[in-house]
Design a protein. Structure first.
Lengths: 290, 136
């Protein structure tokens, strides 16, 4: 039977762990709120961007930007968004699995990766996948400038004709307890259809310098914005998952403390009983001797 | 006469409201937009965006590091790649960015890098001009 002191020491150490997980849970909850605000802040730009693209593409019908043309080949580059730190539940595992599975099913010929986040990079490198660009250790509120270089690499691969599609995988935030790995096709780009038809005829735009240059400028921005949004949303998912994981850890620590306390008391009582028995039998032995 | 104007960058929305007049730095030169301007879509070069809520009145100045301007009969939208309010610009940071871009441009570069740093330089210079003018 272990000594009473040893069990108490173990309880203390678990209590410390519990304090840490509790603190991490609170921190994750605050960061989650901030991450959600960041996602919200990108909405106006993204919505406007789609609106403008719809109008421009309706008017520049004869011009086909290379990003809009569907290629037949089976080569692709996947932009994989993951977290930098662990202790975030199954978010990274789910993302990586969704990304690699989608790639091997749809693009068996050649698979390249661009990773945003340390976890995804480490995993893919360990399995000797072709990682052509990576960004890691992003702050909680990354600016677009930090995400951009990696995206540019992916777009260049496409422009050079080295790949036939550009994909994006991230954890879509559905609710605090639910995040879903999501794979999206960035190129060939699809401009979402207008929800409602605007009434009345519209005057034609004046383009400066010309419709082609405007579309050339807009489409890469559109793709970049989608990636940037994905990074922010993945942050929100990361903190949700972390919050839940830490809550579970705190609860588990609590259960462990309860059962260990019970055990410690039993050991203590057993000790007292043994001691009493020794004293009683000792004194009885003396009495019968005298 | 006023028209609704909205200035958004990827990271946040910078301006939203009814204005009478604005001046932007378009691809083909500076242009001013009054209400009932013809529908227009233009690329913006790095530079100032001046907003006047009443024509000739107080001016709000934003820095826009490239982007797009869309003028429709019912609204005007500025999609900025990067944007900040003029008084948020840090002179030191802009100076530093310009120095770095110039240094890079002095070395040997690929065509892609060349355009990248040219853009960075144009951005930094536009920022500096704006910040200096404000502090005057």
């Amino acid at each position: 039977m272990p000594a009473f002191r040893d069990i108490v020491r173990r309880i203390d150490s678990i209590k410390n762990t519990q304090k840490i997980t509790k603190a991490m849970q609170v921190v994750a909850a605050t960061r989650l709120r901030r991450a959600q605000a960041a996602v919200q802040a990108t909405r106006p730009y993204a919505d406007k961007m789609v609106e403008v693209l719809q109008t421009v593409s309706e008017r520049a019908t004869e011009y086909k930007h290379p990003f809009l043309i569907r290629r037949e080949g089976k080569r692709a580059v996947m932009i994989l968004v993951t977290t930098d730190k662990g202790l975030a539940g199954a978010v990274n595992v789910n993302n990586i699995r969704a990304a690699t599975r989608y790639m091997s099913q749809n693009f068996p010929e050649q698979q390249r990766y661009v990773t945003l986040g340390r976890k995804g990079r480490d995993f893919l490198l360990r399995y000797h996948r072709d990682v052509i660009a990576e960004v890691s250790n992003m702050p909680d509120r990354p600016s677009q400038a930090q995400v951009l270089p990696a995206v540019t690499v992916a777009l260049e691969e496409y422009t050079r004709g080295n790949v036939d599609a550009v994909l994006l995988c991230y954890a879509k935030w559905i609710s605090t307890i639910r995040q879903e790995p999501t794979v999206r096709v960035l190129i060939p780009a699809e401009i979402p259809a207008r929800e409602r038809q605007e009434t009345g005829p519209r005057a034609d735009y004046i383009y400066e310098p010309d419709p082609e240059s405007v579309l050339d400028g807009l489409l890469p921005r559109y793709v970049e914005t989608q990636v940037f949004q994905a990074v922010l949303e993945n942050k929100a998912s990361e903190y949700s998952a972390k919050m839940i994981a830490m809550q579970n850890a705190t609860n588990a620590a609590g259960d462990l403390i309860d059962s260990l306390t019970l055990y410690a008391n039993k050991v203590r009582q057993a000790g007292i009983t043994t001691e009493l028995m020794e004293i009683v039998s000792g004194s009885e032995a003396q009495q019968s001797a005298s | 006469m006023k028209y609704p104007l909205r200035v958004v960058s990827v990271e946040r929305s910078l301006f939203e409201g009814e204005v009478e007049f604005m001046i932007a730095n378009g691809a083909e030169g500076e242009l001013g937009i009054l209400a009932r301007h013809a529908p227009l879509m233009t690329i913006l070069k790095p530079g100032a965006l001046r907003i006047q809520e009443t024509y000739g009145g107080a001016e709000q100045v934003l820095f826009v590091g490239g982007g797009f301007l869309e003028v429709l009969p019912e609204r005007v939208t500025v999609l900025a790649d990067v944007a900040e309010h003029a008084d948020e610009i840090s002179l030191e940071a802009a100076e530093e960015a310009r120095r770095r871009a110039q240094e890079k441009l002095a070395g040997t570069l690929t065509a892609a890098e060349e355009t990248e740093f040219q853009n960075a330089l144009a951005n930094a210079e536009a920022r500096l001009r704006l910040a200096r003018a404000r502090r005057g």
